[in-house]
Design a protein around this ligand. Structure first.
Ligand SMILES: [Zn+2]
Length: 260
């Protein structure tokens, strides 16, 4: 959660009226334009996570616009993952644009359910690149994080929600070790979208597929452990094979489970 640090330096926001005055001949500012100006300001001032924005009323005054326009602009920036709105408390900088990435991938899948196999392919390619780069660049601390994530995964079998987040954490931890923030953010968005899509039926029913029961913990571990092992051994080829094996076994599980 973002720190609730207040943006003490009021001078920072004094630049706003000048920016607002630049707008065309007194036409009312559209919410989209206002959102862009606030976004540019956050970037230009390098406002940190948790920095508090002036109130909607103050922003309306600064930009010479109405409160509803400010509210709309704030909502646009919330969707972009740049701002978080807290009821009764105001708006804060979040710097998590990757959240809108996940929302877009989700929407693409919702609009075209038949494209799920393309998304699954992309997941495989991204994770393959991730493990190859992790083998090259990953640190010992990241290997330790992978081990902890695998332990969590073992303990989570039998509980669908716990398993979904533990599986996400395991794969994401290894891909993050690639040290490429774009690769890890895109991977996480794709992985999360897929896992939520594929496991929705069990989440809704409150049940667990046969292969994910508590008694199957060893089998579930067996398809994940070799990925971590390859990372530990700094063996990119073994990593690629382990990721591919996980991909095929999971695909078979999912096909079988959906016909249960
Ligand atoms: Zn997995």
């Amino acid at each position: 959660m973002a720190r609730t640090k207040l943006l003490q330096d009021k001078h920072l926001w004094n630049a706003i009226p000048e920016m607002a005055a630049d707008r065309e001949n007194g036409h009312p500012l559209a919410a989209e334009d206002l959102a862009s100006q606030i976004q540019d300001f956050i970037i230009a001032q390098n406002l940190s996570e948790g920095a508090r924005l002036p109130s909607e009323r103050d922003l309306a005054k600064m930009f010479g616009t109405s409160r509803p326009t400010v509210s709309q602009a704030i909502r646009i920036l919330v969707v972009k993952g740049l701002i978080q709105s807290r009821r009764g408390s105001g708006s804060y900088v979040t710097r998590r644009p990757q959240e809108s990435l996940a929302a877009s991938v989700n929407l693409m899948l919702d609009l075209d359910r038949d494209s799920v196999h393309h998304l699954n392919d992309l997941r495989l390619w991204l994770e393959t690149m991730g493990i190859v780069e992790a083998v090259e660049r990953g640190t010992d601390a990241e290997i330790a994080a992978g081990e902890a994530a695998l332990e969590l995964l073992k303990e989570s079998t039998g509980d669908i929600s716990a398993w979904m987040s533990a599986d996400t954490e395991f794969h994401s931890t290894l891909v993050r070790a690639s040290h490429n923030p774009y690769l890890s953010s895109i991977f996480e968005s794709v992985h999360t979208t897929l896992i939520e899509y594929e496991y929705r039926v069990w989440v809704d029913k409150g049940t667990v597929p046969k292969w994910l029961r508590k008694t199957e913990a060893a089998a579930v571990t067996a398809i994940h452990e070799p990925i971590l092992q390859a990372f530990k051994n700094r063996d990119a080829e073994a990593g690629k094979i382990a990721v591919l094996h996980h991909h095929y076994v999971m695909a078979q599980h999912l096909i079988a489970s959906h016909s249960e």
